[in-house]
Design a protein around this ligand. Structure first.
Ligand code: BDR
Ligand code: CA
Length: 312
């Protein structure tokens, strides 16, 4: 039986690769994509999600736009990392249609409410949509099968020493999400930095037909991740989707995670307490089997590339 997934994202180069993975993996039933402002503005994250889904052969995956700005703070994008379009150097054909009518928050609530215990919600952007969804429907945490984020860090950040981008961009939203009563499966930066598109990985991507030559390689070539001076960028968001379908790739430790919202230098920090007394609110990834990760990811992309190249 396949696992149903809703991906809330801000494509974004690594979000785009996460979408392609979810489309390509036979064990994932892609229930929908919701978009949020983050790496680039909402109009671009939404257009990118549509373009990637259709390019990867899944134009029927519904895409619903969400929040255009964080809850309280101004929107500060990461165009300097992901390029002006959000997809680095990749230029994809225009998608055949636009987003669904309606708001991401309503889509998330309606789909999860209609299938309690069945849908895994994965967030790979700022947590604005998810915070408003749990505020509007406090039973969401009871109804999801699992909730996973790429975000935060049990170590250092990437925007600054304290904060990882997705949490830093909307810390008030993240604070709401971490205290919503569910166990957040946190795949943080300290672990995703070990999932790098090495030279060998990029070489494999050269054999992936147009998936490699039109999306992956040109996108990654212009991925100016602040932790990357190696030409081997980390693919953070892919980790979150892989964790849904191949749980053994990651090792987890329960922790109490609190989000700093007021610190002058630490706003957006995920203060991760592995020794807290009381109930943990998160399962925090503390290790990754990077070889296994790339076996799964490249195997999935290889099959997707084969099916894409058979299409006219
Ligand atoms: C996260 O921030 C974004 O720029 C990436 O898409 C990823 O979700 C990494 O810190
Ligand atoms: Ca992202």
């Amino acid at each position: 039986m396949s696992t149903r997934v809703i991906l809330d994202c801000d494509p974004g180069i690594d979000d785009a690769l996460a979408i392609a993975f979810a489309i390509g993996h036979p064990g994932i039933e892609f229930t929908g994509i919701t978009t949020v402002a983050g790496n680039v503005g909402l109009a671009k994250t939404t257009a990118n999600a549509l373009a990637v889904a259709s390019f990867a052969g899944a134009p029927g995956v519904p895409v619903t736009a969400g929040c255009p700005a964080p809850l309280l703070r101004p929107a500060l994008d990461a165009g300097h990392v992901h390029g002006e379009s959000g997809l680095g150097g990749a230029v994809l054909p225009a998608p055949p249609h636009g987003p669904r009518d309606g708001h991401a928050i309503d889509f998330i609530i309606a789909e999860i409410a209609a299938a309690p215990g069945e849908i895994t919600l994965v967030a790979t952007g700022p947590l604005t949509n998810i915070a408003l969804a749990v505020r509007r429907e406090p039973r969401l945490p009871e109804w999801v099968r699992d909730f996973v984020i790429m975000g935060g860090s049990a170590g250092r950040g990437n925007v600054n020493p304290a904060a990882e981008y997705n949490i830093w961009a909307d810390p008030e939203a993240a604070a709401i999400v971490f205290s919503a009563g569910w166990t957040v499966r946190m795949i943080g930066l300290d672990v995703t930095l070990r999932a790098r598109a090495t030279a060998a990985v990029q070489e494999r991507m050269r054999s992936f037909g147009k998936l490699g030559s039109e999306l992956m390689l040109p996108a990654l070539a212009q991925y100016a991740d602040s932790n990357d001076s190696t030409g081997e960028p980390p693919v953070h968001d892919v980790c979150a989707v892989v964790s849904v379908i191949e749980p053994s790739v990651f090792t987890y430790t329960p922790a109490l995670v609190r989000v700093e919202t007021t610190g002058t230098w630490t706003s957006g920090m995920t203060v991760t307490d592995f020794e807290a007394t009381g109930s943990p609110n998160a399962l925090v990834a503390t290790d990754i089997d990077a070889d296994k990760f790339w076996d799964v990811v490249l195997g999935t992309y290889g099959s997707l590339a084969g099916s894409m190249d058979q299409r006219p």
